[in-house]
Design a protein around this ligand. Structure first.
Ligand code: UD1
Ligand code: UDP
Length: 377
């Protein structure tokens, strides 16, 4: 069986790395990977961590790229590759432009698509934008839907996807997290190196880890989050670390509002190993990221989600995350409670794993092999 796995952004590569590693362990599968290069440096960081070597890299990223330019560029570059390679399956992950445009290109060539992290929904076409529509469109195209949870599987069933095409696997991000956490915990030299990298942090202060990059937050939500961070930094008992996404629109807002604040460390995007190290070390997390909402419960880190909607209600239900919305006041209030009310903090800081057990990639590979045997019979 010949499988082509395609990714283009940081989170897709993190979540597909365990799948690529599991495919490589199968003697009867010929597995290749292709990067659209939707991201540049942020993707390269992930390739290094998992030692992934794409057979091709289209290098499509341009500064401030528009959705339509990127979508058409991927369609144009992917189609000849698929025509030439004719894989038995194309694997895509999540809801990015890379995932959607690749699925569409595969459909045009009559190549079956396997969708990893299928079935996530907010029910709001504009939030997250354009991801909610991307993942719905991929669901229309895919032959196999690998869902992280029962809830995601139910979403697909309610939309009419056949039971036999839905496989609940857990989220592969938990596989990735296990691979890297095991590495950090087993390697004392690496642990020491990471401690050195962050020796600028004051151990007497509570650490808040922050990320923010969503398109629908660029029109105000991100600025409001910065206002809240400024007021939290003034308390004097916290330190904030914010690895700033390389999107120029994000960089401009964040640098303009938060530069030169002694309690706020604006740093470059971190490689996955140091990022997970900081997740383990921090008191709590403020984020609009999808992947971080899934990882944080595994570390027992309370998470304030700076969005109006989430397609990952499992962390909210588990009590480890709160959807605070996009107002500065609501975020400041929720963060202040976590800092000042030990009971609130303790209630949220419980290690849970609603998103998987670390064996999702193995289940995905087994399902692909099983599907092939079924078709042969
Ligand atoms: C994309 C995904 C989003 C995902 C996010 C992960 C879509 C529609 N959105 O959004 O779902 O949450 O990736 O981070 O696919 N840039 C760099 N270097 C990099 C990466 C980005 O300079 O390594 C800059 C470029 O100027 C680029 C811009 O960021 O044009 C935006 O990148 P893009 O991939 O279009 O959107 P994201 O906001 O990253
Ligand atoms: N991440 C990272 N370095 C950072 C910030 C995030 O490695 O500086 C990881 C994080 O642990 C998670 C993934 O990147 O696995 C999330 O990516 P992002 O927030 O860019 O995208 P989303 O998940 O929102 O699509």
């Amino acid at each position: 069986m010949r499988i082509l796995t395609v990714f283009g952004t940081r989170p897709e590569a993190i979540k597909l790395a365990p799948v690529v590693l599991a495919l490589a362990r199968q003697p009867h599968i010929s597995s290749t990977i292709c990067s659209t290069g939707q991201h540049g440096a942020m993707l390269d960081q992930v390739l290094d961590v998992f030692d992934l070597k794409p057979g091709c890299n289209f290098g499509l990223m341009t500064s401030n790229q528009t959705l339509s330019d990127l979508t058409t560029a991927i369609l144009k570059t992917m189609s000849p590759l698929l025509m030439r390679e004719k894989p038995d399956w194309v694997i895509v992950q999540g809801d990015t432009t890379t995932a959607f445009a690749t699925a569409l290109a595969a459909f045009y060539q009559h190549i079956p698509v396997a969708h990893v992290e299928a079935g996530l929904r907010t029910g709001n076409r504009l939030s997250p934008f354009p991801e909610e529509v991307n993942r719905k469109l991929i669901s229309q195209i895919a032959t196999l839907h690998f869902t992280p949870t029962q809830w995601a599987a139910d979403n697909l069933r309610n939309e009419g996807v056949a039971d036999a095409e839905i496989i609940i696997t857990g989220n592969t991000v938990i596989d990735a997290l296990h691979i890297v956490s095991t590495r950090i915990n087993a390697d004392t030299a690496l642990h020491g190196k990471l401690a050195d990298e962050f020796n600028f942090l004051d151990p007497t202060k509570k650490l808040i880890l922050v990320t923010g990059h969503r398109r629908e937050n660029l029109d105000g939500g991100l600025g409001n989050m910065c206002e809240a961070l400024l007021s939290l930094a003034k308390r004097g008992d916290v330190e904030i670390v914010y690895p700033v996404h390389l999107n120029p629109a994000v960089q401009n807002t964040v640098m303009q509002r938060l530069a030169d604040q002694p309690a706020i460390h604006l740093i470059k995007p971190l490689a996955y190993v140091p990022f997970l190290y900081l997740m383990q070390k921090c008191s709590f997390i403020i984020t609009d990221s999808g992947g971080i909402q899934e990882e944080a419960p595994a570390f027992g880190k309370p998470t304030l989600v700076t969005r109006d909607t989430t397609e990952r209600p499992e962390a909210i239900d588990a009590g480890t995350a709160i959807l605070v919305g996009r107002s500065s006041l609501a975020l400041t209030h929720a963060a202040t409670q976590l800092l000042d009310d030990e009971a609130v903090y303790t209630r949220m800081a419980v290690a849970k794993n609603p998103f998987g057990d670390g064996n999702a990639a193995e289940r995905i590979v087994a399902a692909l092999l099983g599907w092939q045997n079924e078709v042969r019979r």
